[in-house]
Each structure stands twice: as C-alpha cells, then as structure tokens.
Design a protein around this ligand. Structure first.
Ligand code: GTP
Ligand code: SPV
Ligand code: MN
Length: 603
C-alpha cells in the first residue's frame, strides 16, 4: 500500500510521534484537499478572516475594527443536547442524565460520517492550551477541524498555535478533539456561507479523553476546547484527581476597606454569568473585576483553600440584552474590535445591533439575512446570538486572570431562572447543605440549547448538559471534596435568583449592577456582619439586612423577592423527589438526608 499524499501533511511543525500519526490517520479518513497547522499568528487571522469574507461567511464591520458579522445556517444556532453523548465504556458511568452509546458502536457510526467528510476543504490542526500556558502542567489539546470559523474563534477563545505547540514535550498528554462540519465539496460544487450537516453528533469518550464532533459549526458544538473539553472531559479528570471543573464565572470583589474576595458562580446557560462577572456595582466603594465568565477549574492550594482558574481566553457571550445599561463592560470590550458576532443583526452603516440595545434602527439586516424593520414582527437577532471577544481587551479584567496559581474562592453562588419559589438569595448552612442546593438547582430552559424555552428543569450546579459522567457520582464527588477539606477554608455556598416575577410578570429585583447589593450581603455574612433569618430552606436576609440605599425599586417588590413561601416550597418537594428518583442508587445518602430534613422543616 502506498501512503496517501495530501498537501501539507508532511509540513508538521512537531516531532510528537503520537500527534503526527493521529493527524495522518484523520487526514486519510476525511480526505481534505490540504492540511494546515494553525500557528495562531495575526497573519493567519488575517488570511482566514479574508477567506471567510470571500466565502460570504463573514461581513467585515465598518464600525468595529478587525471585527466580523456572521449568520449561521438557521438550523445551526445552539448546542444540541439530544445529540450529545457520553460514550463511557460502562453505561453506568454516563448515568441517568446523559445520552450514552457504546464507544465502539459510536466510533463505527461516526467513522462512517467522517469518511471523506473534508473533501474539497482544508483540514486545520489546532494545538491549544486551556488555562495559562505557564502552568506546571499545561492543559493541552489538539482540535482538528475543517472550519475556518472554528480556527478564528479558537484564536480568541484559547491560547493556541505555536505557543501551545511549544508546550508539547515528547510524551505530552493532550485531549484529541476531532471536528468536521460534515459538508464535503465535490469538484466544482459551490460552497454555502455556513456549511453544516443535518446529522449532528457531539461525542465525548471520557476514558480516552477524546472528543468527536460532527455536523455543526455552532460554538458549543464546534469549539471543542470549551464545553466538550473544559467541562465534559475535565469533569472526569477532576473526579479522578480530586478537583472541580464547573460552569462558573470567576469575579474579584474589592470592598470599600480594600479587602479582596473572589467569588465563583454557576448559573445555567443564558442565566447571567457573563453579566455578573462584569458587573458594575451600584453601591459606592465596591469594585468588581473579571477573571472568567463561563468556566472555572478549582483545585486546592497548599494553604487548603480552593483556587480557581479560567481555562478560557475569551468571552463567548449572549448578545441580546447586552447594552450600556445592563453590561457596559461587555459593550466596551467589543467596542475595541477584534471580535466576531454570530446571528445578531447588521446595521446599514456596518455595525451590529440586537434586541435590548436601545431604540432599533429603522432598517437592519436580520440574522436570517432578511430586511428587518421595527414593524417586522420578529426578532432581528437570534435569542442565542453571541459575541466572541478576547478577555485581554476587557477594561475590568483582574490583573491576575492569567495567573496559573488561580485565585482563592471565598463564596460559591448557585442560581437559576425561576419566576416563583426561589428567593433572591439564600445562604446554605454548611457545605453539604450547599451541595444539596446545587444538586437540586432548577431553572427555566433558554435558547442556548435547541428545544423548548421556559420549561423548568433540574440543572444541577448548572452542569446538566456538561457533567461528563454519572450525576450521582458527581454529587458524591462534591460531597467528598467538602469532607476532605478544612471546613473553615471552604467557600460558603449561596443560592440566588435574579428572575423572580410579580403577578404582572415583571422582574421583582432590578438585577444587573444592583446584584452588587447581594454580593455585599454575602461577604458581610462571611465576615459575620450581616443579619439573616433562619428559614426552612436556609438563611435569607430581610429587606433591612440588604444595603438598599439609593435603590429605585418598590420595597414591596424587594420583600416579595425575598419571601420563602412554604406552600410554593411544598410544591417543589415532589419535583425534587422525582429528580432524586431519576438519579437512583448513586444518590449520596447525605443528600437524601438533606432532603428529608427540608421536608421536616417545611411541615
Ligand atoms: P452562557 O454564556 O450561555 O453560559 O450564559 P450566561 O450565564 O453567561 O448568561 P448571560 O450573562 O449572558 O445572560 C443571559 C441573559 O440574561 C441576557 O439576556 C441578560 O441580559 C440576562 N440577565 C443577566 N443578568 C440578569 C439579571 O440580573 N436580571 C435579569 N432580569 N436579567 C439578567
Ligand atoms: C452555554 O450554552 O452555556 C454557553 C455557550 O456558554 S456554548 O459555549 O455554545 O455552550
Ligand atoms: Mn455557558
């Protein structure tokens, strides 16, 4: 047999034998016209964004330097949870919350799909690193993709190219991440602006630390360093090695006394992480700086405290609802350019617009590439449209955001989007009770995943779509992390809900910058300075215990937002019961005990 010659295959800038043979194997399977190793240089960015402009995928923005507008295929706009699989060797290790298929069976199916899937396209090999490059053990990966959109997005979202490849020692371990949009081009066949395939698979092989993705170009399905690696695969590594990989923002809070606290917070997709991470406090003297808006890796330091690192290098944020009133820091970050915008609207003068950004212009090009006017009767931007922008150009990035040591976490917030029942803020009694709060977290579904929006579901620790193993084992891991630690050094756990509504459906709590008042209360609880009422569900502030100075909101609304309504909570009990039944035998008894105790307190 003669070796296949594919241009570029022999131009690998590495001697890593395992990597070279994997790249060859994939190239021989997928049959690209050419193989290119991504180097991460500005020249590469310029070349590939130019290619995307020529292909009609990108429109350069006249009003934002070095920035581009893209509209996806209208069917490829969000994560596809029903097409996402955890292919562990043993089905029990995938658990009751994930889709599972036998790894050999999945590989057979997907190998069939990958065969020739890159024909007519370029295959890019992207070495990347999640988290700081100068970590003792840099967390490496290689994504192979046939999408230029993925390569340029990875330029923003990860440390990639030559600087990552330089970290690949001879036997460096790395996560293999294979991605194909699944849209081969026959000779002479014209391309479309957003090639993808109706058949989609987002597959994790946890034992092999490997990811195979097919058919989609959307962020969470295609930028494999993000949810696939940093949550699904990393959560398995974290279980095995005693740390936590979580769907959490990381923020730095400085008090008027100049005392520094770091807070991590887990809210489900499109439920407020980016906004809290970049918050502009409305209370005087308090300052927030950002370290991350989506993912936190937390390990214990030598001093026994839990230290968080953000594995990402950029923000892939929800666009609608973002403006100078709600999230001025995000607006300032994207205003600097060097950003990608997907599925938002394009203005006639070459800028971006989306719902929530003030008065709509008289005319726009919608995300569906149609003429749009305020009378069109439909949204100009997809509800899950996103901006992709480098952390480095965020004015309020904390100087230590790239420190491999991470930052010591004082408080963990869990939160969801609930119109009823869940008060504005509740402090847990202890770690185990906090884990119970996280494990029973519930939220209304959003447009970040395909499927129905607004349906209440359990979303444990905001990780339902991202736990790479059995959810019962995941809860056990959380419990054990607490047991093995010095309880006095563990972060305090709080449960928040910015989304409770009044009878006329308006939000009771003003949210956004005003959430600083809740951060302040939490810190004062940690310092033993703020009051709280003991309720059946935990410690909840009265309106007087919160700093509401200068707040323009009706006291009655604030009081309702803080209410612990026993009848509403009793209605929650069968839902938790159903959820715990679904988790089954692997549910830790300590969480069952917490549940029984809650029922007792409510009766
Ligand atoms: P992912 O990137 O999908 O993981 O989402 P995220 O958790 O980072 O969500 P993000 O901060 O982007 O917020 C999503 C939506 O919630 C946006 O439309 C925001 O405007 C809205 N939102 C965020 N914070 C608040 C708040 O405090 N109150 C209200 N009412 N809405 C909020
Ligand atoms: C989410 O859905 O939670 C996101 C966007 O942060 S994606 O990276 O596409 O998953
Ligand atoms: Mn997310």
């Amino acid at each position: 047999m003669t070796a296949v010659t594919i241009p570029g295959l022999d131009k690998a800038p590495t001697n890593h034998a395992g990597l070279l043979s994997w790249v060859r194997e994939v190239a021989e399977l997928t049959c690209p016209d050419e193989v290119v190793w991504a180097d991460g240089t500005d020249a590469e960015w310029t070349r590939l964004t130019g290619k995307l402009v020529d292909a009609g995928t990108f429109v350069p923005l006249k009003k934002k330097q070095n920035s581009f507008w893209a509209a996806s295929d209208p069917t490829d706009v969000a994560r596809v949870e029903e097409r996402t699989f955890i292919c562990s060797l043993d089905e029990a290790d995938s658990g009751p919350t994930n889709n599972w298929m036998d790894p050999a069976e999945m590989k057979a199916i997907m190998t069939g799909l990958y065969r020739g899937s890159m024909r007519g396209r370029t295959m890019y090999v992207i070495p990347f690193c999640m988290g700081p490059l100068d970590a003792d053990e840099p967390m490496l990966g290689v994504e192979i993709t046939d999408s230029e959109y993925v390569v340029v997005s990875m330029h923003i979202m990860t440390r990639m190219g030559d600087k990552a490849l330089a970290k690949f020692g001879e036997d460096a371990k790395y996560v293999k991440a294979l991605h194909s949009i699944g849209a081969p081009l026959e000779d002479g066949q014209a391309d479309v602006p957003w090639p993808c395939n109706d058949t989609k698979y987002i597959t994790q092989f946890p034992e092999e630390r490997m990811i195979w993705s097919f058919g989609s170009g959307y962020g969470g399905n295609a930028l494999l360093g993000k949810k696939c690696y940093s949550l699904r695969i990393a959560s398995v590594m974290a279980r095995d090695e005693g740390w936590l990989a979580e769907h959490m923002l990381i923020l730095k809070l400085t008090s008027p006394e100049a005392k520094v606290y770091y807070i991590a917070a887990a809210f489900p997709s499109a439920c407020g992480k980016t906004n809290l991470a970049m918050l502009e406090p409305t209370i005087p003297g308090w300052k927030v700086e950002t370290l991350g808006d989506d993912i936190a890796w937390m390990r214990f330091g030598e001093d026994g405290r839990l230290y968080a690192v953000n594995p990402e290098n950029g923000f892939f944020g929800v666009a609608p609802g973002t403006d100078y009133h709600t999230n001025p820091n995000a607006m300032r970050t994207i205003a600097k350019g060097n950003s990608l915008f997907t599925n938002v609207a394009l203005t006639d003068d070459g800028d971006v617009w989306w719902e929530g950004m003030g008065e709509p212009p008289a005319h726009l090009t919608s995300w569906k590439k149609q003429d749009w006017t305020p009378d069109s009767g439909e949204l100009s931007s997809h509800p899950n449209s996103r901006y992709c922008t480098p952390i480095d150009q965020c004015d309020i990035k904390a100087p230590e955001w790239d420190d491999p040591k991470g930052v010591p976490i004082s408080a963990i917030f869990f939160g969801g989007r609930r119109a009823t029942t869940i008060p504005l803020v509740t402090e847990s009694r202890d770690w185990q009770h906090g884990v119970f709060m996280g494990a029973t977290l519930s939220s209304e579904t959003t447009a970040a995943a395909t499927g129905k929006v607004g349906v209440v579901r359990r979303d444990p620790m905001a990780m339902l779509p991202f736990i790479g193993y059995n959810a019962g084992d995941y809860f056990k891991h959380w419990i054990e992390v607490g047991k093995n630690a010095d309880a006095t050094k563990l972060p305090k756990i709080f449960y928040v809900n910015w989304f409770r509504r009044g009878e006329d459906k308006r939000f009771l709590w003003p949210g956004f910058g005003e959430n600083s008042r809740v951060l302040k209360w939490a810190i004062e609880r940690i310092e033993g300075k703020a009051a709280a009422v003991e309720t059946p569900i935990g410690h909840v502030p009265t309106a007087e215990a919160l700093d509401l100075s200068g707040l323009d909101a009706a006291t009655a609304d604030i009081e309702t937002s803080l209410e612990v309504d026993v009848e509403e909570w009793k209605a929650e009990i069968p839902l938790i019961e159903e959820w715990f039944t679904k988790i089954g035998d692997k549910l830790p008894t300590s969480l069952r005990d917490e549940f029984e105790a809650l029922k007792q307190r409510l009766s």
